[in-house]
Design a binder for this molecule. Structure first.
Ligand code: ZN
Length: 395
C-alpha cells in the first residue's frame, strides 16, 4: 500500500458545486484514498479567494466566454471558492482521513494571475484570462522581485486555509520564449552562469520549494521540472509525462515521486482511449527505475481534468469505475486477475451510493480501440476553427 493515494480534480476549467465535491470525497474515503488534490488556478480562471489581492476574486476568476472546442458558451464563467467553502472542504476531508493538496499553478498556466499582475510577466504587457485550452507564452518572470512578493503572499494564504503536508506548485508546460527575449532574465542567467533554460526555470521552482519547506510543507511538482537537473530533491515529482529519463534519474538519485502516467491515470479521456483494464494494469514501475529508485515511489494518483467536462453526470461517468482501479493500484491490490476485479465492481458500486458509472460495454477494450477513440474524442470535442487555432498557437 502506498502512503500517498490521490485523486485530482480540476475545478478551474469547469467548477463543481461544494456538494458535488463532497460526493467525490465520500467515494474517495470508501475507496481508501487519502489525498484530494484540488486544482484551483490556471490560465482559464482563478478559484482561490484571496484577501491580499481582491482583484483575483473578480477579474481573474471570470473568463468572458468559454471556447472548449464544440462546447462554446458565450457568457461569462467562473467565480472563486470562498475561504469558508474551502475550509468546509478541508474539514469534510479531515473527518474522513483525507488531506487536501491544493494546487497553485506556477510559473506557467498563470494567465488568470497575470491578468491582474501583468508586471510580473517577462514583457509586462497586458495578459488576458484564457477562454480555451492551451500552453501559453506569458508566464511568471523569475528575474523580477515582485514575482516572489506576489506569489509568496498568496502562498501564505494557501497555508492558512490548507493545513496539509503538501502544496502542489506545478512547474509544467512552461514555454521559454519570453524569457529568451527578456532583458532581466538574460541578465539573471548571466549573473548565475546558467545557460540552460530548464535549469533557470528551477531557480524559480527551488526558491518557492525552499520558501514552503521553511514553513514546514513539502512541494509537489509535475515531472516536467526534472528536466533541469538542479531540481531541489525535497520536492516530490508527479510523474505524468511517460518515458521521461530525467524524471527517472531524479527518482533513482533520491527524489520522491507520485505516479500518474498519462496513458493510465488521466481519467478525462474516453474509455476507448483509456479503458478500465488499462487503468487496472498500472504497476509501480518505470523503465530504468533501480531497486533504490523503486523505494522512492510514494504514491499513485488519478487525475480528472475538466476542459471537456461541464456537468456532474459526465464527471462521474468518466471517473467511475476507473477511479476504483486507481485505488486498487494505490493500495497494491491490483495483482489479482482483471476478471476477478470486474466481478468485485457491483459490490463496490453498491457501497458508493448514488454515483453515475460509465457504460459497462465500454469498460474493457484492447489497445486497438485507441486510434478510433482518439478520432472520436477529437470529433466530439473539437470544431474545425478550434483545431486551426490550436495548431497555429493563436492565443
Ligand atoms: Zn523575464
Amino acid at each position: 500500500m502506498f502512503e500517498y493515494r490521490g485523486f485530482h480534480l480540476d475545478s478551474v476549467r469547469h467548477m463543481q458545486s461544494i456538494d458535488e465535491i463532497k460526493k467525490f470525497i465520500d467515494a474517495m474515503a470508501i475507496l481508501e484514498f487519502n489525498k484530494f488534490h484540488w486544482h484551483l488556478t490556471d490560465d482559464q480562471g482563478w478559484r482561490f479567494e484571496c484577501e491580499s489581492f481582491p482583484e483575483l476574486n473578480s477579474k481573474a476568476a471570470v473568463r468572458p466566454y468559454s471556447d472548449f472546442g464544440k462546447n462554446y458558451i458565450n457568457e461569462p464563467y467562473g467565480r472563486v471558492y470562498t475561504r469558508d467553502e474551502m475550509r468546509e472542504i478541508v474539514e469534510y476531508c479531515a473527518a474522513k482521513g483525507i488531506d487536501v493538496v491544493p494546487e497553485f499553478d506556477m510559473p506557467g498556466h498563470s494567465s488568470a494571475l497575470l491578468s491582474v499582475f501583468p508586471d510580473i510577466s517577462c514583457t509586462g504587457n497586458e495578459v488576458k484570462i484564457k477562454t480555451h485550452q492551451g500552453i501559453f507564452s506569458d508566464i511568471l518572470c523569475p528575474a523580477k522581485k515582485k514575482t516572489y512578493e506576489v506569489v509568496t503572499r498568496i502562498l501564505d494564504e494557501f497555508l492558512d486555509i490548507f493545513p496539509g503536508e503538501y502544496i502542489h506548485i506545478d512547474g509544467d508546460e512552461t514555454p521559454f520564449t519570453r524569457r529568451k527575449e527578456c532583458p532581466e532574465c538574460r541578465q539573471k542567467m548571466k549573473e548565475l552562469g546558467i545557460e540552460d533554460h530548464a535549469e533557470y526555470q528551477n531557480i524559480f521552482m527551488n526558491r518557492i520549494i525552499d520558501y514552503l519547506e521553511s514553513r514546514g510543507r513539502h512541494c509537489i511538482v509535475w515531472n516536467d521540472s526534472a528536466k533541469g537537473k538542479n531540481l531541489d530533491k525535497r520536492a516530490v515529482i508527479q510523474y505524468w509525462k511517460e518515458n521521461d529519463r530525467a524524471g527517472v534519474d531524479f527518482i533513482n538519485s533520491g527524489g520522491k515521486s507520485i505516479l500518474s502516467p498519462f496513458s493510465y491515470c488521466y481519467l478525462d479521456y474516453d474509455y476507448d482511449i483509456t479503458p478500465l483494464n488499462r487503468v487496472y494494469s498500472l504497476r509501480a514501475g518505470l523503465p530504468g527505475l533501480t531497486d533504490a529508485g523503486r523505494k522512492n515511489i510514494i504514491g499513485i494518483e488519478g487525475t480528472l481534468w475538466t476542459e471537456y467536462i461541464d456537468n456532474d453526470r459526465r464527471l462521474e461517468e468518466l471517473a467511475f469505475p476507473r477511479i476504483i482501479a486507481v485505488s486498487k493500484a494505490a493500495l497494491g491490490e491490483n495483482q489479482k486477475p482483471y476478471g476477478e476485479f470486474l466481478k468485485s465492481i457491483p459490490e463496490i458500486k453498491s457501497r458508493l451510493g448514488d454515483i453515475a458509472f460509465g457504460d459497462e460495454k465500454l469498460w474493457t477494450k484492447t489497445r486497438l480501440s485507441m486510434p478510433a477513440g482518439w478520432l472520436r474524442f477529437v470529433k466530439n470535442n473539437y470544431s474545425k476553427e478550434y483545431i486551426i487555432n490550436q495548431l497555429t498557437h493563436k492565443e
